[in-house]
Ligand binder design. Structure first.
Ligand SMILES: Cc1cc2nc3c(=O)[nH]c(=O)nc-3n(C[C@H](O)[C@H](O)[C@H](O)COP(=O)(O)OP(=O)(O)OC[C@H]3O[C@@H](n4cnc5c(N)ncnc54)[C@H](O)[C@@H]3O)c2cc1C
Length: 431
C-alpha cells in the first residue's frame, strides 16, 4: 500500500461496480473532465439508476415524491457514452485476466475497476430477527416495503436511536403508526450529541408521540400465529407489540466481493490515499472502503474521495485523500440539530454552554487552547457551519470568546475588530 497511483490513459476501459451515491458521483466527476476514460461501464445491483439515498427519509415520511430522488436517468448515461447495466450483481473478478462476471452470466473485461459497493445494514444477534415483518431501511425497495407496512399495520418497533433509526421512526409515525424506538445507549444519537441535547431531542420526539426506550436491551422478537413478527421483548420484561420491526443499528461495509477475490480487507476494503486497493488496477471508495482505519457513513468525505479518484482515473493524481472532520445534521422536520467533534468534554476542554428553554435553544462548545474542537447546537443551528469552519481552520478564538455563544455574526465582528487592531494589520498601518 501507499504506492503512487500509476497514470492512466484515456483509451482504458473503466468499470464501476455499484451505481449508488459514490459510484454515480464518480461518473459525474469523470464526465466533467476532458481526460476521462474513453470507455466507462457502470454495473449496479439495484434496478433503478442511482438516486439520492439521503432523501429516502423524507420519502418515507411522505414529505417528498419519488421523482425528487432521481439524480440522472438512463438516457443521461447513454448521452455521456456510458454503458449502464442495472439489476445485475458482480459476482466474481478474475484479477489476473482483468475480467468480471455478473449474476446474469455477463462477462466483461476491464483495465481499471472501481468498487463502490456501499454497505449493508448491521443486524444484532437477536432471536427472531429472521421473521417476516422485520425490515431494514437502506434502499428504495425498503422505503416501499415500510410504507406498505405502515398502511397495513399499526405498531412498529425501530431498533436503533441513531440518525437512521430516528428518521425511520419519524417516517413511520408520520404514516400513522404507533412507533416504539429502542436505544441501547444512554441517549439518542450518542455518537453526535451530549446528554443535554439528546434529552431535548427525546422530549421533542416523545411530545410527538414516539415511545422511546433508552438503555433498552432487546432480548428477542416474538412470532405470531401467522409466523409474522408480533412483538419485541426487552431484557427488563417489557413486551412491545409490533406488526413491523425496523433494524437500524448501523452499517457494515459491503466487502464480500473484494474479500472473495483476495483483496486486502479489514473492516472495509483497504485503500491508500489514492483510493487504490491492494491490486493497483482496482480502486474502492464510499462506504465499502477503509482508509487509515476509518470507515464512512456520510456523503461529505465520500465526495472528497470522488474528486481524488476522478483525478487519478484521468491520469492526474494529486495530493491524495486526506481525512477531515465531518458535521452531522438530523433530517427530521421541525428538529434542528448540528453537531461535530467529541460528544463529551475531556479534562482539558473548556466548555461554553447556553440554554434558552423558552425558545428551545441549546448550544455547547468545546474549546482547547482557545480553539474550537466540538459543538452541539439544538434549536437555532444557523451558526453551525460558521463554528465548523472555525474548527476546521483551527482558528484562535480568544478575541471573540465573550460573543462565541451568541453566534456567528457577533463573534465574527469581534474577530474582525481584533484583526483591524492588530499592529501588523494594513488597517492599523493606514491609520
Ligand atoms: C435512509 C438513509 C438516510 C441517509 N441520510 C444521510 C444524510 O442525511 N447525510 C449523509 O451524509 N448521509 C446519509 N446517508 C448515508 C448515505 O446515503 C451513504 O453514505 C451513501 O449512499 C454511500 O454511498 P455508496 O455509494 O458508498 O453506497 P450506496 O449508496 O449504498 O451504493 C452502493 C450500491 O452498490 C450496489 N452494489 C453492491 N454490491 C454490488 C455488486 N456486487 N454488484 C453491483 N452493484 C453492487 C448496491 O446495490 C448499491 O446500489 C443516509 C443513508 C440512508 C440509507
Amino acid at each position: 500500500m501507499g504506492q503512487r497511483h500509476p497514470a492512466t490513459t484515456s483509451s482504458e476501459h473503466l468499470v464501476i461496480v455499484g451505481n449508488g451515491m459514490a459510484g454515480h458521483r464518480l461518473v459525474e466527476a469523470l464526465v466533467a473532465r476532458p481526460e476521462r476514460p474513453a470507455r466507462i461501464t457502470v454495473i449496479g445491483a439495484e434496478t433503478t439508476p442511482a438516486y439520492n439515498r439521503i432523501l429516502l427519509s423524507p420519502l418515507l415520511a411522505g414529505e417528498m415524491e419519488r421523482e425528487a430522488l432521481t439524480l440522472r436517468d438512463a438516457e443521461w448515461y447513454a448521452e455521456q457514452g456510458i454503458e449502464l447495466v442495472l439489476g445485475e450483481r458482480v459476482e466474481n473478478i478474475d484479477r489476473s485476466a482483468r475480467r468480471l462476471t455478473t449474476d446474469a452470466g455477463r462477462e466483461l473485461g476491464y483495465d481499471r475497476l472501481v468498487l463502490a459497493t456501499g454497505s449493508n445494514p448491521a443486524r444484532p444477534p437477536v432471536p427472531g430477527l429472521e421473521l417476516p415483518g422485520v425490515h431494514v431501511f437502506r434502499d428504495l425497495d425498503d422505503a416501499d416495503t415500510l410504507a406498505n407496512a405502515a398502511e397495513q399495520g399499526s405498531n412498529a418497533v425501530v431498533i436503533g436511536g441513531g440518525l437512521l433509526g430516528l428518521e425511520a421512526a419519524e417516517g413511520l409515525r408520520k404514516r400513522g403508526m404507533q412507533v416504539s424506538l429502542l436505544q441501547r445507549d444512554d441517549r439518542l444519537m450518542n455518537r453526535q450529541l451530549d446528554l443535554t441535547a439528546a434529552r431535548l431531542l427525546e422530549k421533542e420526539l416523545r411530545g410527538r408521540g414516539l415511545d422511546i426506550h433508552i438503555d433498552a436491551q432487546l432480548e428477542r422478537l416474538e412470532a405470531g400465529a401467522d409466523g409474522q413478527v408480533c412483538a419485541a421483548h426487552l431484557a427488563d420484561g417489557t413486551r412491545l407489540a409490533a406488526d413491523c420491526v425496523v433494524v437500524a443499528i448501523g452499517i457494515v461495509p459491503n466487502t464480500a466481493l473484494a474479500r472473495s477475490v483476495g483483496l486486502d480487507v479489514n473492516r472495509g476494503v483497504v485503500v491508500d490515499e489514492w483510493l487504490t486497493t491492494s491490486d493497483p488496477a482496482i480502486h474502492a471508495l464510499g462506504e465499502c472502503c477503509e482508509h487509515q482505519g476509518n470507515l464512512y457513513g456520510l456523503v461529505e468525505p465520500i465526495w472528497r474521495q470522488v474528486e481524488v479518484l476522478a483525478d487519478c482515473l484521468c491520469g492526474k493524481p494529486g495530493t491524495g485523500y486526506v481525512e477531515a472532520p465531518t458535521a452531522t445534521k438530523l433530517k427530521v422536520s421541525g428538529v434542528s440539530l448540528y453537531a461535530f467533534g467529541p460528544t463529551d468534554p475531556e479534562a482539558d476542554h473548556e466548555v461554553l454552554s447556553y440554554r434558552d428553554p423558552q425558545q428551545g435553544d441549546y448550544r455547547r462548545l468545546l474549546l482547547r487552547d482557545g480553539r474550537l474542537e466540538g459543538a452541539v447546537l439544538y434549536g437555532d443551528t444557523a451558526s453551525g457551519p460558521w463554528y465548523f469552519e472555525q474548527a476546521l481552520a483551527s482558528r484562535d478564538l480568544a478575541a471573540c470568546r465573550s460573543a462565541l455563544l451568541l453566534g456567528a455574526a457577533d463573534a465574527q465582528l469581534l474577530l474582525d475588530d481584533a484583526l483591524n487592531e492588530s499592529p501588523q494589520s494594513p488597517a492599523k498601518e493606514a491609520a
